[in-house]
Design a binder for this molecule. Structure first.
Ligand SMILES: [Zn+2]
Ligand SMILES: [Zn+2]
Length: 144
């Protein structure tokens, strides 16, 4: 019996601490305009988990939520404004930003929403035009 791995993370100020257990379903980079606007960075490095794998171990009452659409419930620390994770209820997945859990070795497998990119990344990984078919996208890829 191998014990599930636990990865710890926190917001910028440390008021909120989280734990993620197991292994992510997928890792990669999102180039969509929503991620860019919310994060104020050109791309979002995502790690996707089953929602039950993600829990707040400290400061759960400090977690704020904003959802512009039902697809993405974005979470941050109300004290420092630091971003934590995004719940995707329709996909039953939670994106814990790679930067939030530095203990996890980030191994990206693909880029999504590359049609919206403002920062081309020539790393040889697949560049999905939007998202994979199984997530409701076209499944098309674009040149780097
Ligand atoms: Zn904080
Ligand atoms: Zn995005």
């Amino acid at each position: 019996m191998s014990k599930d791995k636990v990865y710890r993370g926190s917001c910028f100020c440390g008021a909120v601490q989280i734990e993620v257990t197991g292994e992510p379903a997928a890792m990669g980079y999102c180039h969509c305009a929503s991620c860019r606007s919310w994060s104020a960075g050109p791309v979002n490095a995502f790690t996707l988990w089953s929602p039950s794998s993600v829990k707040a171990t400290k400061g759960a009452d400090q977690i704020g939520t904003y959802h512009k659409t039902d697809k993405s419930h974005r979470k941050w620390c109300k004290r420092c404004g630091g971003h934590l994770f995004t719940e995707h209820p329709l996909w039953k997945l939670t994106d814990v930003y790679a930067a939030t859990i530095p203990e996890l070795a980030f191994k990206p497998g693909l880029h999504v929403n590359y049609q919206e990119s403002v920062l081309r990344i020539r790393d040889g990984l697949p560049k999905m035009k939007d998202v994979p078919k199984e997530m409701g996208g076209s499944g098309e890829t674009l040149p780097e």
